[in-house]
Each structure stands twice: as structure tokens, then as C-alpha cells.
Design a protein around this ligand. Structure first.
Ligand code: UDP
Ligand code: MG
Length: 317
């Protein structure tokens, strides 16, 4: 039975899941345990199945059958981690919302500590990784370089070495739900909305099971979403590069004139070739940058729904 109005709950936990059937039981057990102190005030655990190809959805249904705190949302295909979080944020009823991965790399046991910090008045408590266990040095180095680049390019300060492990309150949830963009880099969006944001440090564990779903291509997409979504500085590259090009061409011109008047030499070919090649390279690069932004404007202008829901269980409104 659906009713028109349901009172808000105290806590919602949102868990995006993509092929996580090996982690889900343990994930549910540990998160439920962390939620036990909030039974009276009311909580819900929202699993969002992001088009998994394994038994993830069957397990979510099974968990819902034995525990009505469990809610399941199921996408019609894989829409990506950001969309899974978005669907959870649009469906949740909690005054406070914990965002956590299904692979248990972020410890649910930190919840009570995060809740205490939020009692102190913060609107966002974000997990800051002081160490990452079990991640390849490639992942660590690329992640570090990415955050470094982003902090130089971005207009909002997105905290370094954080994932999406966060406790946020409903003011932040409303703000996020009012943002219509389809390229959803959630941690950047949370930084963008402002309010009071406080870190909590933790050691990132190894995955409970399986392997990361962030392939190199997905990582590039995330990086592009982050950079183009939160900075227009790459567009200004045109200005900086053209300035450098003018300086360089000035020097080349002097060199050509000096060779022409004093050395009588036919030096033309090498310098012409240099100018041609370098200006071509710059033009192509800038076309690429413009294309990237154009592509995104095109995507946004379609105003498509952000995701397509196949089915759901336990949702009460
Ligand atoms: N995930 C998702 N859709 C995707 C990729 C990942 O919902 O397309 C989920 C995944 O199940 C996990 C979380 O997002 O709960 C983080 O993914 P993962 O652990 O693979 O990323 P990493 O921790 O390696 O950055
Ligand atoms: Mg993970």
C-alpha cells in the first residue's frame, strides 16, 4: 500500500552496487549492525543495483524479504556509480544520509563517530583516506595526480584523497537533488553546494571481494566529468597558448630576419616546418578541448532522464 505522506526517517544509507554479489551479505550485516542504535528513530538501507550482471539483485530481494529496512532500486542497465547515488538520493527519506560503497573499503563502523561529528553542527562529514590498503601503486599514483590536477583547475575546492564516503544532512540532499546536470561527479557536487564540511580520517581497506569496477576508461570519464564539470579553465588555455605562440613566433621571426640579412642562407624550410607542425598541434589540441565542452553541452541539452528504473522494492512513495 502506498500512502501520500510518510514521516522522514532519521537515517538513510545509500549503497551503489555493480556486480557485488560476493560482498552484499557481509555489507548488509556490517551496515545493519552500524545502524542498530537508530532503530527507534528509523532508518533505511537503500541498495541501488546499477545493472549488475551477477546475482546482486536477487540478493537485494532476499535481504528485503527478511528485513524491511532494506529498499532496492534496480536500473535497466549500467548507468554508472554517480547515477546510482543520484537515484538513492532522490529516493531517500532520511534526515541524514550515509553514502558508502558495497565493497566495504570504507568501514561502516565509522558511522557512529560521523553521527557525533554531525551533532556538532556540520552538514557534511567526508571520509579522508590517510592510507589505502590493497590498491595498486598505479591506482594510487593516478588518483594522486588526478586530485593534484583537479585542485589546480577547479574553481571549487574539492577535498583531496576522498571518495564518496560521506554523511550528509537533508539540506545537502535537497541541494544535490536540485542540480539537473547529467554528468554527476557527486563528490565535486557536494563540495560545490557549500555548507559546513568536516573531514574524518580513516584507513581505506582492501575490497571485501572482487575487483575494482573503475577501469581505466571509467577513470578517464570520471576525470573528464570532474574537470569539465567544475572548471572552465581548459577553455582559457587558448588564450595562454596563443600568448606563448606569439612570443615564440617573434623569436623565430628575428632568427629568420637575421639569417636573411647577415648569413644569406636558405634556412627557411626547417623553421617553416617547425611553425607549421607546432601550430597544427596547438590547433588540434584546442579543437579537442572545445569539442569536449561542446559534447557535454550537447549531452545536457537533450534533457534526458538521468537513469531508467527497471523495478524497485520497499519504496514507500
Ligand atoms: N559501482 C556502481 N556502478 C559502476 C561502478 C561501480 O554502482 O558502474 C559501485 C560499486 O559496486 C561500488 C562503488 O560503486 O559499490 C565503488 O566502485 P569500486 O569499488 O569498483 O571503485 P573503487 O573503490 O575501486 O574506486
Ligand atoms: Mg571500491
Amino acid at each position: 500500500m502506498t500512502v501520500d505522506f510518510l514521516p522522514p526517517l532519521y537515517l538513510s544509507v545509500i549503497i551503489p552496487c555493480y556486480n557485488e554479489d560476493k560482498s552484499l551479505h557481509e555489507c548488509y550485516r556490517r551496515i545493519s549492525e552500524a545502524c542498530t542504535p537508530y532503530i527507534e528513530k528509523g532508518y533505511e538501507i537503500i541498495f541501488v543495483n546499477d545493472g549488475s550482471k551477477d546475482h546482486t539483485w536477487a540478493i537485494i530481494e532476499e535481504l528485503h524479504a527478511k528485513d524491511k529496512h532494506v529498499i532496492g532500486l534496480c536500473f535497466s542497465r549500467n548507468f554508472g556509480h554517480g547515477m546510482a547515488l543520484t537515484a538513492g538520493l532522490e529516493a531517500c527519506r532520511g534526515e541524514r544520509v550515509l553514502i558508502i560503497d558495497a565493497d566495504l573499503q570504507d568501514p561502516p563502523e565509522l558511522l557512529s563517530h560521523m553521527m557525533q561529528k554531525m551533532d556538532g553542527g556540520a552538514d557534511v562529514i567526508y571520509g579522508k583516506r590517510i592510507r589505502r590498503n590493497g590498491e595498486t601503486s598505479f591506482k594510487r599514483i593516478t588518483a594522486h595526480l588526478f586530485y593534484l590536477l583537479l585542485s589546480h583547475l577547479s574553481d571549487v575546492s574539492i577535498p583531496r584523497d576522498t571518495g564518496d564516503f560521506r554523511l550528509i544532512n537533508n539540506k545537502v540532499v535537497h541541494a544535490l537533488n536540485s542540480m539537473p546536470e547529467t554528468a554527476r561527479y557527486i563528490r565535486g557536487m557536494i563540495a560545490w553546494v557549500g555548507f559546513t564540511q568536516t573531514p574524518i580520517e580513516y584507513i581505506r581497506a582492501e575490497r571485501f571481494a572482487g575487483r575494482t569496477h573503475y577501469t581505466l576508461t571509467k577513470m578517464f570519464k570520471l576525470a573528464f566529468d570532474a574537470i569539465t564539470g567544475f572548471s572552465d579553465r581548459p577553455l582559457r588555455l587558448a588564450f595562454y597558448l596563443s600568448f606563448i605562440m606569439i612570443l615564440v613566433s617573434g623569436f623565430i621571426l628575428i632568427y629568420i630576419l637575421v639569417s636573411y640579412f647577415y648569413y644569406n642562407a636558405v634556412h627557411g624550410w626547417a623553421s617553416m616546418a617547425c611553425i607549421f607542425v607546432s601550430s597544427q598541434a596547438v590547433q588540434f589540441f584546442l579543437l579537442g578541448v572545445i569539442g569536449e565542452y561542446m559534447g557535454r553541452t550537447y549531452q545536457e541539452s537533450k534533457h534526458r532522464p538521468k537513469y531508467i528504473m527497471l523495478t524497485s522494492i520497499g519504496v514507500k512513495r
